[in-house]
Design a protein around this ligand. Structure first.
Ligand SMILES: *Cc1c(COP(=O)(O)O)cnc(C)c1O
Length: 407
């Protein structure tokens, strides 16, 4: 792990291009006010409507809204009866949530490296990771690029593994004409503040299995036989039964108020993301020192993130310094992700070291997430791209130097 970074110097707010700005409009605000005045704040009619509209949008037969993607992933594993000692195969190139829910169930995350020059787990590495204790695979559709699901499904079938997709980045993505959310038994989306569709905090479990959906729904509210809306709405009854020990992961009508309007705007927001991603690519793809994010044929990318990579050894400055320099130019960026195996907890508990997942490490060492959100003007994208190009021009090693270093 790198040492803590110094606080970056202040740049005047008017000229700064923030890394992220949420797209919340008057419609969302009015709907939240309507909910506040309705007298029903928690899981209720608007949550039910949002679940139905999400099911229609994704084409998934069953949807359960929950208070985060992390909660949804946890519930999906709990509903799959993950037991202590069970192994779940996943990618180290992800956010904390993906592996911690496996650990929360008493399971063991088994990492496999991402593809060379890519960000998604390499299906060819599944085979060697399977043991008698393997129970599931959790693919992560990084940045909104769908994983190679045909190969993942084939491996899962061969070894009777369940698939639980971490689709936190991938609402709106599709794979060979099929939307993410319909590709395997269980898929979980995130509506966190920075995600492509936001409810502030929130998530959605999509499943093809109605029985599994009912179980996830029950577990999301203490394992109760009925939720409060069923009990307290007119004609409801005070009676409930605890069917099993669950969690408190339910979604609220306040969150649904945001989600219902975000979903209406979603196709337009996605179109805008695609357009900005294409603009970045056209402005930066000729730069030798950079690697553009993958955009494979046959898939629709959700463009949650636009992550460029600095090619190793080409510049006199490293990625961290590059990010500081962009900040000094008034451009906010981020890094997705610090591979999980490099974090102290994973290093200490499982004995991981740098070198264990070289493709993930190489991705991390060069990765810079550029600003990408519907409100970002095309002029700003051009400004960002030219700042990136100028920095590279100023800091590139001579061809002679880097060839000598490679030898
Ligand atoms: C954001 C994110 C999550 C967690 O989503 P929450 O809704 O914040 O729980 C999980 N996985 C990945 C890859 C994410 O980026």
């Amino acid at each position: 792990m790198p040492s803590p970074k110094p606080i970056l110097p202040q740049v005047p707010a008017q000229t700064y291009i923030p890394y992220h700005v949420p797209s919340i409009g008057e419609e969302e605000i009015a709907e939240v006010v309507d909910t506040l005045k309705s007298g029903w704040l928690t899981t209720g009619p608007k949550t039910a409507r949002f679940e139905k509209e999400m099911a229609a949008f994704v084409g998934a037969p069953c949807t359960v809204a929950v208070n985060s993607c992390t909660a949804g992933l946890h519930l999906a594993l709990a509903a799959a009866d993950l037991r202590p000692g069970d192994e779940v195969i996943t990618s180290p190139y992800t956010f904390a949530a993906t592996a911690e829910v496996i650990i929360a169930c008493g399971g063991r995350p088994v990492f496999i490296d991402v593809e060379a020059n890519g960000f998604n787990l390499d299906p060819a590495k599944i085979e060697r990771a399977v043991t008698r204790r393997s129970r599931a695979i959790m693919p992560v559709h990084f940045a909104g690029e769908p994983c190679r699901m045909d190969e993942i499904k084939e491996a899962a079938q061969r070894h009777s593994l369940r698939i639980i997709e971490d689709a936190a980045h991938a609402l709106g993505a599709s794979y060979h004409g099929h939307k993410v959310g319909t590709l395997s038994e269980t898929t979980v989306f995130s509506f966190y503040a920075t995600k492509n569709l936001t409810t502030g905090e929130g998530g959605m479990v999509c499943t093809l299995d109605a029985e599994l959906a009912a179980k996830i729904k029950r577990l999301s509210l203490h394992g109760l036989s009925r939720n409060a809306w069923n009990r307290y709405a007119r004609g409801g009854s005070w009676y409930y039964e605890i069917k099993e020990a669950g969690f408190k992961y339910n979604f609220t009508d306040l969150q649904a108020s945001l989600g219902l309007h975000q979903l209406i705007k979603f196709p337009a927001m996605q179109q805008r993301r695609r357009r900005l991603a294409a603009l970045y690519r056209s402005l930066l793809q000729e730069v030798d020192e950079l690697q553009m994010p993958p955009d494979p044929v046959g898939v629709e990318h959700a463009w949650h993130l636009f992550v460029i990579r600095l090619r190793p050894g080409r510049l006199k400055i490293d990625r961290d310094r590059f990010i500081e320099a962009l900040h000094e130019h008034g451009i906010g960026t981020s890094v997705h992700f610090i591979p999980l195996h490099l974090h102290p907890y994973y290093r200490d508990r499982y004995g991981f070291r740098r070198g264990d997942f070289p493709n993930a490490e190489a991705a991390y060492d060069g990765a810079i997430s550029l600003p990408l959100y519907p409100q970002l003007e095309e002029e700003k994208v051009k400004e960002i791209a030219s700042a990136v190009r100028n920095l590279i021009q100023k800091n590139k090693k001579s061809v002679h130097t880097f060839i000598k270093e490679e030898l």
